[in-house]
Design a protein around this ligand. Structure first.
Ligand code: COA
Length: 182
């Protein structure tokens, strides 16, 4: 079953489906080594990654497994980053959350505002019970975003990722429908 990627408005942000016109912005973001410091794969070096990323956005919508949206400034449509709700499993009624923002946009509450809007849409649209997110144990900003959204830290995945030989642990967080306050 398909799942139409939503366009959502918050006080300061607009979340919308990706288009081909976002190619340069997404390449710049995903090839920034500082932004990708705690990511589970290395920064992009090859433009072919853009096409794979865009194909995956379309696949989420076509097979109904999730929604990946651009986060842009509401007032002038400046590209800030993206947020994803994916791995939607209608049997378990569970899914995953992720986000990535340009460094220039950090520290203003944008990730929390954007992820909150996407979660609100998901809880309203789907019979969703649980959302899971993982964060590198060094990524205090991401952990804080999840805690502000009501996620509970449930455990540690030891030596979960190895990126360019760098071994790291991940925290696993969960948010249940009954704990979602919107
Ligand atoms: C993680 C990320 C999404 C946060 O985005 P953001 O828009 O700055 O997040 P917000 O402003 O909504 O919230 C960040 C919170 O973390 C806190 N924070 C930031 N850096 C911190 C640090 N080093 N230690 C502790 N807290 C920190 C901020 O103070 C804020 O909390 P507060 O509102 O209580 O003050 C952003 O840094 C990012 O895109 N990083 C690169 C990609 C990434 O790591 N994605 C997550 C993968 S799991």
């Amino acid at each position: 079953m398909t799942l139409a990627t939503p366009t959502l408005e918050t006080d300061r942000l607009r979340l919308r489906p990706f288009t081909e016109a976002d190619a340069d912005d997404i390449f710049a973001l995903q090839s920034d080594a500082d932004v990708l410091r705690y990511w589970d794969s290395p920064p992009w070096t090859d433009r072919s990654s853009v096409a794979r990323f865009m194909a995956r956005c379309r696949q989420f919508a076509e097979d109904g497994s999730g929604a990946r949206v651009v986060i842009e400034q509401a007032r002038d449509h400046t590209f800030l980053g993206w947020c994803t709700f994916n791995d939607w499993n209608p049997v378990f009624r569970s899914a995953s959350l992720g986000y990535c923002l340009r460094a220039a946009a950090w520290g203003r509450g944008y990730a929390t505002e954007a992820a909150g809007a996407l979660l609100g849409w998901a809880f309203e649209t789907l019979d969703l019970n649980r959302v899971q997110a993982e964060a590198d144990t060094r990524n205090a900003a991401s952990a804080r975003v999840l805690e502000k959204l009501g996620f509970v830290r449930e455990g540690t995945l030891r030596e979960d990722c190895i990126v360019n030989g760098d071994v790291s642990d991940s925290w696993v967080y969960g948010l249940l429908r009954r704990d979602w306050t919107g």
